[in-house]
Structures are given as C-alpha cells and as structure tokens.
Design a binder for this molecule. Structure first.
Ligand code: PMP
Length: 288
C-alpha cells in the first residue's frame, strides 16, 4: 500500500510528491511547520499545534493556505489514507511559488501546503525512553526568532549531527554564560534537588513547546512545582533528573550531559511518571 501525501490541493503518492523549484520554502526556507503526535488513533494537542501555526504564520505575515477547519480535514484524511494509528503528522506552509527574490512577492501568491503522515512503532519510543538519552551541549548560534517554528533549521541540523557524531541523541543549545536554552528539536528540563521542575522561560530564546505546556498541566495535577527560569549546564549536570519534551519524543529522560551522568545515570522517576501520565492529560482529537 503506497504512502500518500497532500501537496497543494492533491493527494499523491508519497514517492511522487514534489514542490515547485521556485517554492520559497525550497529556495529561502521561507515557511513554517508543525508536527503532531498520533497516539492510539488520536491526534495529540492538535489545537495547541494549530494555534502555534497561526502565530508563526502571522509573525511572518503569511496567510493560512486553507481555512483552519479544512486543514484539520486534510490532516485527518492524510492520516486515514496512510492508516496511521500511532505516528506523526507533519504539515508545512511556505509563502508559495514565486520568482526567486528575497523580498516578499509583489503579486499575491497562495501559500503552499504539504501534509504527510507516517507510522511509528510505540514500542521503539518506549524502549528509547526506558534507556534514556545522552545529550551534548553546543554553543547557541541561532537567530533571535526561534519562537517562530520556521523550516530554517540548519543550526538545529548541525547540532543534532554533532550529537550523533558524539554518540549522543540530542544537543542542547547553550548561551555564552552557560544558560541552557533548548534542544535541537526538544525543550530541555531538569528536576532540581528539591524536586522542582525547571525549564527555560518561553517568552524569549526558545520555542514554546506544545508538549512543554502539557507537561506543565500534568505537573499542576500532580502537585509538582514548575519554575520557568534560567539554568546552567553545571546545574543540569548536578540535577536530580533531566529530560526533554517534544511531540516526537513526548517525555524522554536524559541520562548524561557532555558525558557526565545525571544522578545514577538511569532515567529518573519523575520523568517516567510524567511520560506515563501524558496520554491521559493531553488533548486528544480522534483521527476519524
Ligand atoms: N524546541 C525545538 C527547537 C523544536 O524543534 C521542538 C519540536 N518541534 C520543540 C522545542 C518541542 O516542541 P513541541 O513540544 O511543540 O513538539
């Protein structure tokens, strides 16, 4: 059964899904994206992801490619046609197709939309979470507007490759003063000695993760204190626990940072219980 993608109004075989060479996403990374998790036949936190898409689009002065309700239908249809019960749905909106020029097109162009979905094996991500991940740190070298979820991800790509080259699974961007910002594709968290969950404030310098927000709701329901404040690599290495959050990794414990084991070097119990509580508390929209 072939995989199916949605490209600018058409459902096509994934292998044949192509965009124009003058798509501004392809030429200039002039576009935004979202990734939602699909778990047990539900799209997780779709509202949060589409609200963030709305913000990303308006920050870049781009319009919606379709009405929001129509986009939701397309997402469900792509999920249905690919028979995804557990996996990911990816959507990308670019400013559209126009002769290459840095400035916005002067003639109105329709934003371009691509939606794909893929199956993932929940046992594989469960095993990864049971093992925990190794993290390295890299100097922060991204632009200031990382709050916009743009497809311009070259620093993130290089950071993740540096992690892979070092035998790790994620890289955390760190400011010159040692402040941990976030991962290449995850938000970064630690649990302090007194059991407080600590993560970088989302008003500046990181992406406001949708999974991050859900974890805050879980924490509130479990009477766990959360502090949005700066923390350093040193503090993280001495923390009781560390973990990352994202739609793709949900909550995944971190067991080492730059080769230094966190606590006893095994996944922490708070990260584990946040992961276990996640599905019950996240917003769930049926895929069909
Ligand atoms: N930070 C960055 C840089 C990311 O790319 C992502 C993943 N989209 C996240 C954080 C986590 O965000 P979310 O929980 O919305 O997936």
């Amino acid at each position: 059964m072939p995989r199916i993608a949605y490209v600018n109004g058409r459902y096509v075989r994934h292998a044949d899904a192509v965009v124009h060479v003058e798509d501004r996403g392809y030429q200039l990374a002039d576009g935004v994206y979202e990734v939602c998790e699909i778990a047990r036949g539900f799209i997780i936190d779709m509202k949060g992801h589409l609200d963030r898409l709305d913000r990303s689009l308006s920050e870049l002065r781009m319009g919606w490619p379709l009405e929001r309700s129509a986009l939701e239908l397309v997402m469900r249809e792509v999920i249905r046609r690919n028979h995804v019960r557990n996996g990911l749905v990816y959507l990308q909106v670019t400013r559209g197709v126009s002769p290459r020029d840095h400035a916005f097109p002067t003639k109105p162009v329709r934003p371009a939309l691509v939606v794909t979905a893929k199956r993932t094996d929940p046992r594989v991500s469960a095993r990864k979470a049971e093992k925990g991940m190794a993290v390295i740190t890299v100097p922060e070298n991204r632009w200031e507007r990382v709050d916009i979820k743009t497809i311009g991800l070259l620093p993130n790509v290089l950071a993740r490759q540096a992690a892979v080259d070092a035998g790790a699974q994620e890289a955390w961007f760190v400011d010159p003063d040692g402040t941990v910002k976030e991962g290449a594709s995850t938000n970064a968290w630690i649990v302090s000695k007194d059991g407080v969950l600590v993560t970088h404030p989302a008003d500046f310098g990181i992406l406001r993760g949708i999974t991050r927000a859900t974890v805050m709701r879980i924490a509130a329901e479990h009477d766990l204190k959360v502090e949005e404040r700066h923390f350093t690599v040193e503090e993280a290495q001495a923390a009781r626990e560390a973990f990352v959050t994202s739609a793709t990794s949900v909550v995944t414990p971190v067991i080492s940072i730059d080769g230094k084991a966190i606590a006893n070097g095994h996944p922490g119990s708070i990260a584990r219980s946040l992961r276990e509580a996640f599905f019950a508390i996240a917003e769930k929209s049926p895929t069909c």
